[in-house]
Design a protein around this ligand. Structure first.
Ligand code: ATR
Length: 290
């Protein structure tokens, strides 16, 4: 293990609450494995102190930061620059130190892309059903827009939020491919081979017996079911899909790859697939409830 010394570079996470994060585990293990003198620590700023926290981190020569709930949108005001994709998404989860301040990126959508592809899920040309219209849904929509998903149907408990998100995404990507729906309106979708991506908190530990949609009729329309929840390892949504013979995956790889891409941005170093797989198995062993 590499010791912390005078040359160690500090990275960290800004979130509140921050106690349950797996990012320090991922980042510090990667740094040790690759022999880099990077140390990653959790920070818990209060909302009114967020801007000062970013300025203070810069003053302290902090190399980079991750940003999580509830600051992914709010932190944008404290940046010197913002990557074009992060700007379109309207959310930032990674800050990279540049001359004079930080540049903001969104590695959630890139992490999702790498994770889905490594599990054999592709959105290009697909009809996607997106469950949820919160922060995580934004990254999914951006990926669907960039990759050329044929259509995205957003199903959300609060229909108004789905409508607003669909309008914004269609405007951003200059094509009408996102269609908002109420939760039960999937019944109107024709028989098809939809790829469903589940982004709500429903089914997350400890509520392991819940899924946003329970009806078998829904799962029979799918060809793939991707849940960005990773605890439990097999959510009720995934179990329902499996019962209908549909291929499933959970969000642990998305979590891992958003971290790996941030790590690559900070250290200017590519993380090989072999290391990514090693890290994945370590994470699974340590944290995932079966
Ligand atoms: P995240 O950043 O993880 O996406 P979020 O922005 O708070 O979190 O979004 C949570 C999503 O889960 C929303 O789509 C929310 O639906 P509403 O827009 O109707 O609030 C959905 N969600 C959370 N709890 C839910 C529940 N019990 N039933 C249905 N949907 C739920």
């Amino acid at each position: 293990m590499k010791d912390i010394d005078g040359k160690s570079r500090v990275c960290g996470l800004l979130a509140n609450p921050v106690e349950h994060t797996l990012s320090p585990f991922i980042q510090n293990h990667l740094a040790q494995k690759l022999g880099l003198g990077m140390v990653y620590v959790p920070f818990k700023p209060e909302e009114e102190g967020l801007e000062k926290a970013v300025q203070g981190a810069y003053a302290l020569n902090v190399l980079g930061l991750n940003v999580s709930v509830p600051y992914k949108e709010k932190v944008i005001n404290s940046l010197l620059e913002i990557d074009e994709n992060a700007k379109k998404i309207g959310a930032v989860n990674t800050l990279v130190r540049i001359e004079g301040g930080y540049k903001g990126y969104n590695t959630d959508y890139l992490g999702l892309k790498r994770a889905m592809e490594s599990d054999g899920f592709f959105v290009k040309g697909k009809e996607v059903i997106l469950l949820g219209a919160g922060g995580a849904a934004k990254a999914v929509l951006h990926l669907c827009g960039l990759e050329g998903a044929k259509k995205v149907y957003i199903l959300n408990r609060t229909a108004e939020k789905a409508k607003k998100m669909a309008e914004e995404t269609n405007k951003n990507h200059q094509r009408d491919f996102v269609i908002p729906m109420r939760l039960d309106e999937y019944k109107e979708l024709s028989k098809g081979e939809y790829l469903a991506i589940q982004t709500t908190n429903v089914g997350m530990y400890p509520y392991t017996e819940q899924a946003l949609i329970e009806e078998e009729e829904f799962y029979q329309k799918l060809s793939g079911a991707y849940d960005i929840v990773y605890n439990p390892a097999e959510t009720k949504f995934m179990r329902n899909a499996k019962k209908a013979g549909v291929k499933t995956a959970n969000g642990l790889k998305m979590l891992l790859y958003q971290g790996i891409i941030a790590f690559e941005l900070w250290n200017n170093q590519k993380v090989e697939e072999e290391t990514a797989n090693w890290m994945y198995h370590l994470l699974e062993k340590e944290f995932v409830k079966r």
